[in-house]
Design a protein around this ligand. Structure first.
Ligand code: PEP
Ligand code: MG
Length: 322
């Protein structure tokens, strides 16, 4: 298997008809970035920064974060390194943040909501990101966005941080893209609105599938519903891709569905620009992409989208798998 994949190493990711795609990696710390590079990722599509905050007694300071972000950025420059701001809450509890017990943490005070209320914590991260962006390849990505005001509030915060850094005479690069995860139904359904003010999208199918289907993957009684092949989820993915392109912004996917072999033709047909996967799956994803021309992918996707159940869709996609 490994031998077979070697021929895809060091090559650009292309569909069968020569359309360029990006195959990026998901990482949790700067050391992972080195592995991702050696696994032949073309960039980083998701740096989950919450790991920098976990398993310790207090939040990492600006200098410590600066070092981690700069290291990842340097390894991949000039290719993009998409760094997601702190995604705390839900299943990711960080004791020193005193988030309080909630009846429904997945619908609670978390991620970008928490960061916008805890300005000094958030500013430390944003300042570190702006300072680490000396090569201009860092992109900031917000988790759990549900509406436009969150993007605007973060832009204001970025501008404020730039002013502060300038006044302090610190070196930084204010020219940074601000993108969002599309992982809530609210963001998915309003993707056309959000695309007007986000610089890029990345579809988080792990959360999006759960929220769309109102089904917890970890709950064995309902996990059968948790499938990206559900018409509800596939329609959303298609709409998100179309909305991004109508607004002229790129769209990636960093949820596990990006590496799902049987979904590849649908994702190509929808026009997904970037596939961000565990670094061990980079070559396999590149190979899957190389098997489909756009026209063949559209043919498969149209048939798949006309089916009415996840079971039929999965069975059909398996039957045409390459
Ligand atoms: C997702 O929700 O698809 C995602 C990539 O974010 P995480 O898995 O970190 O929640
Ligand atoms: Mg998520």
């Amino acid at each position: 298997h490994k031998e077979l994949l070697r021929e895809f190493s060091g090559k650009p990711s292309m569909t069968l008809c020569g359309e360029k795609k990006d195959v990026f990696a998901n990482i949790g710390n700067a050391a992972d970035a080195e592995k991702a590079r050696s696994d032949d990722a073309e960039g980083i599509g998701l740096f989950r920064t919450e790991f920098l905050y976990m398993d310790r007694d207090s939040a990492p300071g600006e200098e410590e974060q600066l070092e981690a972000y700069r290291k990842a950025a340097d390894i991949f420059a000039p290719a993009p390194v998409i760094i997601r701001t702190l995604d705390v809450g839900g299943d990711k509890n960080i004791p020193y943040m005193h988030m309080g017990k909630e009846d429904n943490p997945f619908m609670g005070f978390r991620a970008v909501r928490y960061c916008l209320e805890n300005q000094s914590l958030f500013k430390t991260q944003i300042r570190a990101l702006l300072r680490a962006n000396t090569q201009g390849n860092i992109r900031i990505m917000l988790p759990m966005v549900t509406n436009l005001c969150e993007i605007r509030d973060v832009r204001d915060m970025i501008n404020k941080c730039c002013e502060e850094l300038k006044a302090e005479g610190k070196e930084f690069n204010s020219n940074v893209c601000l993108g969002i995860m599309i992982e809530t139904p609210a963001a998915a359904v309003t993707a056309d609105i959000l695309a007007g003010e986000a610089d890029f999208f990345s579809i988080g199918t792990n959360d999006l599938t759960g929220y769309m289907m109102s089904a917890d993957r970890g709950n064995a009684k309902v996990s059968y519903l948790y499938k990206a092949y559900q018409p509800a989820v596939l329609r959303m993915i298609k709409f998100i891709c179309e909305s991004a392109h109508k607004a002229g912004i790129p769209v990636g996917m960093c949820g596990e569905a990006a590496a799902d072999t049987i979904l590849t033709p649908c994702l190509i047909a929808f026009g997904l620009d970037e596939f961000s996967v565990d670094s061990g799956k980079v070559l396999e994803t590149r190979k899957n992409i190389s098997m489909w021309s756009f026209n063949e992918a559209v043919e498969v996707s149209e048939k798949a989208m006309a089916l009415h159940t996840a079971e039929e869709t999965e069975q059909y996609l398996n039957s045409v798998k390459r």
